[in-house]
Design a protein around this ligand. Sequence first.
Ligand code: ADP
Ligand code: MG
Length: 324
Amino acid sequence: VPFVALGEFELIDRYFRDLGARRADVATGIGDDAAVLETPAGTRLVAAVDSIVEGVHFLAGSPARSIGHRALAVNLSDIAAMGARPAWALLALTLPRADEAWLEAFAQGFGELARTHGVALVGGDTTRGPLSVSVQVLGFVPDGAALLRSGGRPGDVLCVTGTPGDAAAGLELEKQRATTPDATCLRERFLFPQPRCELGELLRAHASACIDVSDGLAADAGKLASASGCGAKIDLAELPLSEALVRAFGHERARAFSLEGGEDYELLFTVSPARFDAFQRAVPGKRHGWRRIGELCAAPGVFTALAGAVTQFSPSGWDHFRRG
Ligand code: ADP
Ligand code: MG
């Protein structure tokens, strides 16, 4: 059923055809019943899908450019966490109405990020209903080289990229309608997360396990550790806190945001101690934006360490961290 003045085919043609990178391995893209894609020899296909729904994953009235960006970014982050290289995306879009300015901005946010990572939009579906965006990303990894959550061992060094906590703090400040420069900067981290695709591929040669941080550093450290059959210890003094986060919320709450925030789309990974020096030399933390924050331990669970004292992690109880 056509639901747009524009016409469904015109809409797809205008906003989604040729969106993202142009790739020679797309034999048939948008316009037929399904896409036909060439997979390189010696690789495995890596697939991820994630949906974002208005009122659940983003606030009603969020900028359309951010919605397009985030819908793709959350999937690129999953592909990065597997050590894979993204190639193609499919987009299932449910819209209450076909607002051309909205579609233009949405396609811009999606398209810019897709081009940055060499991803072609090769198909999708467009329907009417409450705003929700579902994106599937397909990528490749050399046979047997995928980075799993389960490869960690007690003693492995635990590292994280970026400054987790910023995105959740930005969302909180957005709800409060704060307009300070720090609020603006943190809000950008929520609206436009940058998936760590390049580092994900570099990690294949060095990391024992990897996960992307979407539910919060402590929660995702717990998932990686439990998949690896061990525990994780996070050194609170080593948490990478952004200056904006500390200025906006103070040190204690900044730490809580960092551990519990979510929506960061950074990478959390482990490297065996025997390989850590070589890793540091090949992929310096300063240049690639990662930092050592702790280690895996034999005891299951998540622990935090501060000035020599180790305690089992428990959520801080700040109001906005309670999940319903
Ligand atoms: P069908 O009825 O065969 O599913 P559609 O009308 O849904 O065909 O889609 C026509 C073409 O447009 C297909 O190639 C489909 O993959 C593509 N397409 C539809 N919606 C989108 C979208 N939101 N983004 C990208 N491609 C889309
Ligand atoms: Mg269809």
